[in-house]
Design a protein around this ligand. Structure first.
Ligand SMILES: NC(=O)c1ccc[n+]([C@@H]2O[C@H](COP(=O)([O-])OP(=O)(O)OC[C@H]3O[C@@H](n4cnc5c(N)ncnc54)[C@H](O)[C@@H]3O)[C@@H](O)[C@H]2O)c1
Length: 335
């Protein structure tokens, strides 16, 4: 029996796949290896680590020597391809993480976000029905809270005010999940991730971008004049939540997966500076359209029903990221 992981070459997907393989599961990984948000060479490198094969080159279909990891270069918008892949395996669960991620780019390219995140997600949900796969866990986002003013964000809050096309696609995913549960009885668990960071992270996200710019001696953009707060969640804490959700299917639930500690952007930057031993030059800019100044997760539901327990402090998490970044980019001295 296997777990189908969509977006498995992505930041979170590769970490989830690693954890599943370590538990002895068979992983059927699907990714379209696009260069949309960042260069796909990083996705290939994540796959090399999963396979423990430094010479691996991207192929349409590939498997590890023990046949525990299957890698498919495929697009979730291709319904037939998904079906063909699923027929070759006994899939017990789906972990749907594949998506066009990120708020800001969705303002520029709303169509592709709708196409992948809504129609692609629909295909994945339909696959569960066709192949009689009983349980599915899918990625939602803290961005669905959009204009909600009250903090911390709770799953019971009304979320009818999304601020970006990306947020709207994630909200649509949650609604579609409810339909697929109601119509076909599939167990559907949605996870609202709060700003995930860590080694092998996304170059289009703040931590990577700031680290890269500080090392290069370039100024970093600091939005809302620096008055930003985020519930930053370390990637292995998120993975722990995803695995628990896969292990404990509920008929239809949505969980916040955050760190439950909101950090100021200034603290976040200070941690990076400390790890690099170098000060950042900051350009203060207004709040970006689509962005929210503050996110904060109430994770009591995930704690209670999933046993989710984030453990990593921002200091530990940023230190681990910077160490990985320097090793990956072969940087001896960041100063
Ligand atoms: N990283 C975060 O802070 C965060 C926060 C909230 C929600 N999320 C959600 O978590 C999930 C994973 O995000 P991530 O940070 O790992 O991003 P990521 O971009 O690194 O991973 C997404 C993966 O999906 C793949 N993909 C995109 N379109 C595809 C398609 N049409 N067919 C097949 N594969 C496709 C990409 O190639 C990529 O490898 C996404 O659903 C994202 O919306 C992430």
């Amino acid at each position: 029996m296997g777990v189908l992981v969509t977006g498995g070459a992505g930041f979170i997907g590769s970490w989830v796949s690693k954890a599943l393989l370590e538990q002895g599961e068979e992983v059927i990984l699907i990714d379209d290896f696009n260069d949309f948000n960042y260069k796909s060479t990083l996705k290939d490198d994540r796959i090399r680590i999963l396979l423990n094969e430094s010479k691996y080159r991207r192929k349409k279909r590939y498997h590890s020597s023990d046949k525990k990891l299957w890698i498919y270069h495929a697009d979730i918008r291709d319904e037939k391809k998904l079906r063909d892949i699923a027929k070759q395996h006994k899939i017990e669960k789906i972990c749907h993480l594949g998506a066009r991620a990120g708020v800001r780019r969705s303002l520029q390219y709303p169509k592709v976000y709708y196409d992948v995140n809504i129609f692609g997600t629909l295909n994945v949900f339909q696959l569960a029905v066709q192949q009689k796969i009983p349980s599915l866990v899918y990625a939602s986002s803290s961005s669905v809270y959009g204009g909600v003013k009250e903090l911390p964000f709770k799953e019971t809050m009304k979320i009818d005010n999304p601020l970006s096309p990306y947020a709207a696609t994630k909200k649509a995913g949650e609604e579609m999940a409810a339909v697929f549960h109601n119509l076909y009885g599939i167990n559907m668990t949605g996870l609202r991730f709060f700003t995930v960071y860590g080694p092998w992270g996304r170059p289009d996200m703040a931590l990577y971008e700031f680290t890269e710019k500080i090392i290069a001696g370039k100024p970093i953009p600091v939005y809302n004049q620096g008055d930003m707060q985020r519930d930053f969640t370390y990637v292995t804490d998120i993975v722990q939540g995803v695995i628990k959700a896969l292990e404990k299917p509920y008929p239809y639930e949505i969980f916040n997966l955050g760190n439950a500690r909101t950090e100021k952007l200034s603290t976040f930057i200070a941690c990076i500076e400390k790890e690099l031993g170098k000060k950042a030059e900051k350009i203060l800019l207004p709040l970006q359209p689509g962005d929210v100044p503050k996110t904060s997760a109430d994770i009591s539901k995930a704690r209670k029903l999933l046993g989710y327990q984030p453990r990593t402090t921002i200091e530990q998490g940023i230190a681990a990221f910077v160490e990985w970044y320097k090793e990956y980019h072969k940087i001896k001295d960041a100063r």
